[in-house]
Design a protein around this ligand. Structure first.
Ligand code: C2E
Ligand code: CA
Ligand code: CA
Length: 575
């Protein structure tokens, strides 16, 4: 501190400075702080500090969507060394072990000693489990080198490690995470004689496994990829396939994901994705002679995107002839995942490899629609539950048209899923959706069946023009939209007199192909509609609005007649 000294006239004549050396004080504070958070012997973190660090690491893992591994490590032959050479030498050994741990881990990895010969390591920022094993392997080799203690004593030790992974196990509770690592350590110690590696991962107890028989089955035998064709309406052929996971039951039954996915844990889903991806690449190779451009889409749980696949995808693609552009990952919007900035980074990482991205089940929620512009997406897939319902709710075709417009303005492809019947197929194709997937094309099937289908099964699918009421409804809907726009903006391009004759319209011919009873009734209304169009030919500006109103009225009549017929047809077919 500095004080000013004034003379008799109030002028400052001197300054007096006081200096206190507080470095000693600060050093003491730092020492106390260290003691509170550190193990005095090894200077590693103590239990209390570990708890704090774990909490912070868990938050970082959540924010960065990375894995956090908690490794409980314990020396195999510490007690005999302590007994034989005394506690001082034992302590010296622990100090050396701590030093080697520090030398072989990153500065950002927290290391703690809980007491005795028990250490806890916290390894952060793992993108996938595969990254962990080389680290543990390196640690093990380093720790098993001989230790030179005082008086020329040289000792060897082994280590055991138990690993739990956040967020795979222990949803949220840190004590639980430590407890699981401890249980895994116990297991590793028990298997000491016959184990291949000195660590084991935490596994749910057998009793929990028995509650999930399909989890056990999946772990024992893995999943099988079946494939469902995606039809290109424009070229009239199958251009892609979607890989869908199947699990074989005891008796050879085939289980769909709805049955077994809920029993799987995140690690299993991770394995599942790898298996399906691998089989998808095999399938493309096997079908190369039929179509070297066929693409395959693989479903990816967005929760896994950060830790998955990047590396495995790259590895799998290496040494394959399959271009990454032929792989598409389908992402299901789950929770707020796609809203997060990091998700975008992951998507960009994936795109950088060259693979395509599709957003699955569009139409089941709408938030992602708003985000579409910002996401690096190549395709959107219309939700199947929505497409399947078109016969009951033909009015939803308006939504299909809106999505089509959106997708073309964003320059992404639109695939309609759940194209279950010929009528739906008609309708979405007529509405302008180019890519179709669903039972009306083909059901999911194993690879050999797919091969047969690609060679000989596609022929009946090559038809032109709608053949169903729903298809005609879609057709007149989009034609009316075009007409309405032309009348508003540039009606002179319309050849109005020729439109008076409905026979000049393709829709007329399509209606004629319907079963007789339907055809006659609808044709009558259709002719009136055309009269209303032709009336524009000799109208003047004064009557224009009147004509527009009449046209809209006739169009409503036509729509209603078609909707009526659709309802009657679906009522009779469901009886
Ligand atoms: P998804 O990705 O929407 O897959 C389409 C589902 O619709 C498939 O069911 C398919 O068999 C079914 N489907 C296709 N066309 C029609 C149709 O015309 N009518 C009807 N009613 N259904 C049709 P699946 O194979 O049971 O798969 C269900 C869901 O399980 C998939 O929905 C996907 O979200 C998930 N899934 C499938 N395989 C995998 C996988 O390998 N990994 C992950 N994470 N999820 C998968
Ligand atoms: Ca899908
Ligand atoms: Ca879907």
């Amino acid at each position: 501190s500095i004080t000013a000294v004034q003379d008799g006239n109030g002028q400052v004549s001197h300054y007096i400075g006081h200096f206190f050396d507080i470095s000693h004080h600060k050093a003491r504070e730092a020492t106390l702080e260290r003691l509170a958070r550190h193990d005095p012997l090894t200077d590693l973190l103590n239990r209390r500090a570990l708890d704090e660090e774990l909490l912070r690491a868990q938050r970082r893992a959540d924010a960065q969507e990375r894995l956090l591994a908690v490794v409980m490590l314990d020396l195999d032959d510490f007690k005999p060394i302590n007994d034989r050479y005394g506690h001082d030498q034992g302590d010296a050994l622990l100090v050396l072990v701590a030093q080697r741990l520090r030398d072989h881990l990153r500065r950002s990895d927290a290391i703690a000693r809980l007491g005795g010969d028990e250490f806890v390591l916290m390894l952060e920022g793992l993108r996938q489990l595969d990254e962990l094993e080389p680290i543990l392997d390196k640690l093990q080799r380093a720790l098993c080198q001989p230790y030179r203690l005082r008086d020329g004593v040289e000792v060897h030790i082994g280590v055991s490690m138990g690993v739990s992974i956040y967020p795979f196990s222990a949803q949220g509770n840190l004590d639980e995470l430590l407890r699981e690592a401890d249980q895994a350590l116990f297991a590793a110690k028990q298997q000491k004689g016959q184990r291949l590696r000195p660590w084991s991962f935490w596994e749910p107890p057998q009793s929990a496994m028995r509650l999930y028989p399909l989890r056990e089955r999946f772990r024992a035998q893995g999943a099988e990829a079946w494939f469902q064709p995606v039809w290109d309406q424009q070229s009239g052929r199958v251009v892609g396939i979607e890989a869908l996971a199947r699990l074989r039951g005891d008796d050879g039954t085939v289980l769909a994901p709805g049955e077994f996915l809920p029993q799987l844990q995140e690690t299993d889903i991770f394995d599942l994705t790898n298996q399906i991806l691998k089989q998808s690449l095999t399938a493309l190779t096997a079908l190369d002679d039929l179509d070297p451009e066929l693409w395959v889409s693989v479903n990816l749980d967005p929760q896994l995107i950060g830790i998955t696949c990047l590396k495995c995808v790259q590895q799998m693609l290496q040494g394959q002839r399959i271009a990454p552009q032929r792989i598409v990952f389908e992402l299901l919007e789950s929770g707020d995942f796609l809203d997060r900035r990091l998700a975008q980074d992951h998507l960009l990482d994936l795109k950088a490899i060259g693979v395509g991205l599709a957003l699955d089940d569009i139409g089941s929620g709408y938030s992602s629609l708003l985000r579409l512009k910002e996401l690096p997406i190549d395709k959107i897939k219309l939700d199947q539950s929505f497409v399947r319902g078109l016969e009951e709710r033909p009015g939803d075709l308006h939504f299909v048209e809106a999505l089509l417009e959106l997708s073309s303005s964003l320059n992404v492809e639109l695939v309609a899923e759940g194209v279950e019947t010929a009528a739906i197929r008609d309708a979405v194709a007529v509405a302008g959706v180019r890519y179709l997937q669903g039972y009306a094309i083909a059901r999911p099937m194993p690879l050999d069946a797919l091969r047969t289908f690609l060679i000989s099964g596609c022929e009946p699918l090559r038809q032109s023009g709608p053949r169903s009421l729903l298809g005609i409804y879609a057709e007149q809907m989009s034609e009316h939209a075009v007409l309405r726009k032309a009348l508003r903006q540039s009606w002179t391009i319309l050849d109005l007199p020729s439109l008076r004759d409905p026979q000049n319209c393709p829709t007329y011919r399509d209606i004629c192909r319907l079963p007789d009873a339907d055809a006659q009734r609808i044709l009558a209304v259709y002719r009136d509609y055309h009269e209303a169009i032709a009336a524009f030919a000799d109208t003047d500006a004064r009557h224009w609005m009147q004509r527009v109103a009449e046209l809209e009225r006739q169009h409503r009549r036509l729509s209603d007649a078609l909707l009526d017929a659709i309802r009657t047809a679906s009522a009779t077919s469901s009886q």
